[in-house]
Ligand binder design. Structure first.
Ligand code: SF4
Length: 335
């Protein structure tokens, strides 16, 4: 499938403009994301119609806690990623060999994905997740356009490493975003993800300014992005730029993909939770059982709004998305 977002150079080279890598591709060459290549004078995407995984998840698992809480979402992923995180949990599909793509590929149309989503109980739409959906831009847009026709919601779980123009094109189509903020440190981004921090912050700001639903995930990796002073700066940036009502998920790290940092200690999770909660109203720990603080608490009156255990919503104490005690608006998107 012919991809969007490229310009022709003077010779046969093409420049891909989808993400800040701006790969220059000679004929036959693939970009850093491994699914976009120069073929026949165009960028073609091997990810179009190509699904590596389809599964039904609670929306809390994305994680999104303030977007249709308690609902399911059909989660779809493809192949490839424009980052090369050494700690990736899904490296088999994000950094795929040709063999893996052959084995796991399932060709499917956008209409068929919507049909599948329509048959699932308690389902609100489609989440683009598992690998990096930025590099799936064309097919993701096609699915989202079909979803809009039947009033389904769409969600993008992303690293946020995308150029402003292509992101602008997604904003009318995608209803909610969870963006990974992997560190508040450009050296970390360069060394461990093969990318840079600033474009990610710009994307986060652009999504916020668009009015689309936004939540952020920060994976705490011991010895690499767990400096408490740096994290305080990160939280100040979130509070000042995005607002204190921004939902932040603090995710516990477990060793993956040959990265040998130890599991995030419980005490670090507690410390970071405290630092974030000093400035933000909604902070949730993930990949860890910390009873009580998985709940949503009303910042107005302190009442419990939503009781959770794991990804399960047990009780909601809201009326029209508002706290049933004091009437403060908590959720804008709910059924
Ligand atoms: S989307 Fe892929 S090919 Fe395009 S610039 Fe980014 S990494 Fe390179």
């Amino acid at each position: 499938m012919r991809g969007k977002y490229f310009t022709r150079k003077d010779n046969l080279e093409l420049r891909c403009n989808l993400c800040p890598h701006y790969c220059i591709l000679e004929p036959g060459e693939k970009g850093k994301c491994s699914v976009r290549r120069n073929s026949g004078g165009n960028i073609v995407t091997d990810a179009y119609n190509n699904v590596s995984a389809l599964a039904v998840d609670p929306i809390e698992k994305k994680p999104l806690y303030h977007f249709y809480p308690g609902k399911n979402i059909l989660s779809a992923g493809s192949f490839g990623c424009n980052m090369t995180c050494l700690f990736c949990q899904n490296h088999d599909i994000s950094q795929p060999s040709g063999l893996i793509i052959d084995k796991r590929s399932r060709m499917i149309t956008a209409v068929d994905i919507i049909k599948k989503a329509s048959g699932i109980m308690n389902n609100i739409g489609i989440a683009f997740t598992y690998n990096e959906p930025v590099v799936w831009h064309e097919f993701m847009s096609a699915i989202a356009e079909e979803a809009k026709k039947v009033n389904m919601k769409t969600v993008m779980v992303s690293n946020g490493y995308i150029n402003p123009g292509p992101l602008d094109d997604l904003l009318p189509l995608v209803d909610a975003f969870n963006i990974d903020l992997k560190a508040f440190n450009n050296d970390f981004y360069r060394k461990y993800t093969g990318s840079t921090l600033k474009p990610v912050l710009n994307s986060i700001r652009q999504i916020k300014e668009s009015g689309r639903h936004l939540e952020i995930t920060f994976l705490i990796i011991p010895g690499h992005n767990d400096d408490s002073k740096e994290f305080e700066q990160c939280i100040s940036w979130i509070a000042d730029t995005l607002g204190k009502e921004t939902v932040l998920h603090l995710s516990r790290y477990f060793p993956s993909y040959g990265f040998t940092a130890p599991v995030t200690p419980f005490s670090t999770m507690e410390d970071f939770y405290r630092i974030a909660s000093d400035k933000l109203d909604f902070v949730y720990p993930g990949n860890i059982n910390m009873p009580g603080i998985m709940n949503t608490v009303c910042p107005g009156c302190g009442s419990i709004i939503t009781e959770r255990s794991g990804y399960q919503v047990n009780h909601m104490h809201t009326v029209d998305g508002k706290c049933s005690e004091c009437g403060k608006q908590i959720y804008d998107n709910f059924i």
